[in-house]
Design a protein around this ligand. Sequence first.
Ligand SMILES: CC(C)(COP(=O)(O)OP(=O)(O)OC[C@H]1O[C@@H](n2cnc3c(N)ncnc32)[C@H](O)[C@@H]1OP(=O)(O)O)[C@@H](O)C(=O)NCCC(=O)NCCS
Length: 178
Amino acid sequence: MRFFDRIFYHYYSLLCQRELASRLVRAPKSLVLEGRVFFSGIGKFTIGEECVLRNGISFEGSKTGRLSIGNRVCIGNNVSISCCQEVTIGDGIAIASNSYIIDSDHAFSGGPGAPFDRLICSPVRIGKNVWIASGVSILCGSVIGDGAIIGAGAVVKGMIPANAIAVGVPAKVIKMRQ
Ligand SMILES: CC(C)(COP(=O)(O)OP(=O)(O)OC[C@H]1O[C@@H](n2cnc3c(N)ncnc32)[C@H](O)[C@@H]1OP(=O)(O)O)[C@@H](O)C(=O)NCCC(=O)NCCS
């Protein structure tokens, strides 16, 4: 990296770090920020030790949202997490690029023609040591057990058991880790 790029990158990272710190209940010094992180609205946001946040990540939600990220979590480029009620991400998780986690749906029980102005929220809980591969969507109410692997491009809605390898749309278990 060239000298001026390094200086720019250094101050840019500090700026991001400050922004992040202002939004966090607790901002650990061990947090590594590798680019721009966007924030909007989440009420309570905690993050553990030794986490890495890559570039273009977006955390958004509402004041009622509680987003909790454990220790040693690596979140890849352009990952979006939308949190209106509760999103819990356990320790030792890798979330690859372009994945999307959301704990709400628009209510549509009003029938065709009714506005989508109300959200229905249901917590998303991801256990420890889970690998979420690239381009995965995890929808509201989903629970992923410890040690699971979610294959690239999967859409998770519901429960994935511990140590399962699940792929596809909707995500189905293809095997268990030995
Ligand atoms: C999920 C994954 C880890 C499974 O690897 P694996 O255990 O070696 O799986 P296999 O290659 O034996 O595939 C088993 C079956 O699942 C299918 N499959 C594997 N990954 C799939 C995926 N992501 N989506 C849909 N089907 C998939 C295979 O086609 C194969 O189907 P078949 O039995 O009908 O032939 C891997 O396929 C994957 O998705 N890797 C993600 C890579 C990535 O995103 N990396 C980001 C960097 S962190």
